[in-house]
Design a protein around this ligand. Structure first.
Ligand code: FMN
Length: 336
């Protein structure tokens, strides 16, 4: 018996797919989604996902092992598709019998989906367009996350509400689709479930949970922030591409804009060539998320956060956040 019959019924396919009580994923967050947060999410009835990020295969090996020691519930591993050792990392997941691998950061390279499925794991992918989503799902991916521009971290240009209206009517009957970006309460979860989603993925709402190892100053910055403080990175010059990232504005985001202007002028004056200029921009944020999350450098580091940061007010245990989300969703569905 569940306390949330309406929500759990709508989540049935997602729960079965993940092997969890609730179809709520905590999206991988580099430096934040490590053993402690991941295990707490899975122990709380949700689905935790380890953020592999730039980890070496050895580090991922240790992280999966340490997470297993903290939970016997299912959890997943998020791999970035352009990681140079992607296939070795898949091998590490195989060694540990990881049940779900999330491929993020671009179109999965040839053979990667097959390599994951070969050891029996399920593959979860992202897709920015409906056509690509259909192609990936028809060619072997087991589930899809659609993530709107309200989300924290690297984002696409379209909002979650529009993606949900575009993708869910076309895909939800046949495939498992999770909705992410801007979800901070159970009311929103109920709405996407009613539209056909099998479940949801949240990041920002969990980043400052009690079990999160994020630095206390990083957490305080979240508690203080309003939705409008979580801004998208600005590109100053069309010759110098900037991958859009949503993060809390701080001295670092201002310095990034100034840096782009400075590099553009150097390019105009012929002091650097295009390759050097683009590298300067690309390298600006290197290590910046780690500096914010681990060292607590909230001025110079990258405070990646989604717009739902306005709904994060205090440090709460993961289990309480999940309970609150489920209660809110159930109440919302009960009012229908
Ligand atoms: C601090 C932070 C770091 C993130 N790092 C990653 C990452 O390494 N890989 C990834 O696929 N998504 C990453 N994300 C996105 C989350 O997995 C998740 O999809 C997103 O936070 C959901 O939207 P929300 O922030 O509105 O809840 C990150 C998000 C945040 C806030």
């Amino acid at each position: 018996m569940t306390n949330y019959p309406k929500t759990c019924a709508l989540m049935a396919r997602g729960r079965e797919f993940l092997g969890t009580d609730y179809a709520i994923l905590c999206g991988a967050m580099s430096w934040v989604s490590e053993r402690n947060l991941v295990a707490a999410i899975s122990n709380g009835g949700g689905f935790g996902v380890i953020a592999c990020g730039a980890m070496t295969p050895e580090l991922l090996d240790a992280e999966i092992g340490a997470t297993r020691a903290l939970t016997d519930k299912p959890f997943g591993v998020n791999l970035i598709t352009m990681h140079p050792a992607l296939f070795d990392l898949i091998g590490v997941c195989e060694k540990h019998g990881v049940g779900h691998v999330v491929l993020a950061g671009g179109i999965p390279p040839k053979g990667s989906v097959e390599a994951i499925k070969a050891f029996g794991a399920k593959v979860i992918v992202f897709a920015p367009t409906l056509a690509l989503a259909k192609k990936l799902l028809r060619s072997g991916a087991d589930a899809l996350v659609i993530e709107g521009s309200e989300a924290g971290g690297h984002i696409g240009p379209v909002s979650t509400s529009v993606l949900a209206q575009e993708f869910l009517p076309e895909l939800a009957a046949e495939f498992v689709v999770f909705v992410a970006g801007g979800i901070g309460t159970g009311d929103m979860i109920a709405a996407y479930l009613e539209m056909g989603a099998s479940g949801v993925q949240l990041g920002t709402r969990f980043a400052c949970a009690k079990e999160s190892i994020a630095h206390p100053d990083f957490k305080k910055a979240f508690f203080r922030a309003k939705a409008r403080d979580a801004e998208t990175s600005v590109q100053v010059d069309p010759r110098l591409p900037v991958i859009p990232v949503r993060a809390l504005k701080n001295k670092g985001t201002e310095a990034f804009t100034a840096k782009q202007r400075e590099v553009a002028i150097m390019l105009d004056e012929g002091k650097v060539d295009m390759g050097e200029a683009q590298l300067e921009i690309e390298h600006f944020w290197a290590g910046a998320l780690r500096r914010a999350v681990i060292d607590g450098d909230i001025e110079g580091g990258s405070l990646m956060a989604g717009q739902s940061v306005s709904l994060v007010k205090e440090e709460e245990p993961v289990a309480e956040i999940i309970t609150k989300l489920m209660e809110q969703s159930e109440a919302a569905l009960g009012r229908r």
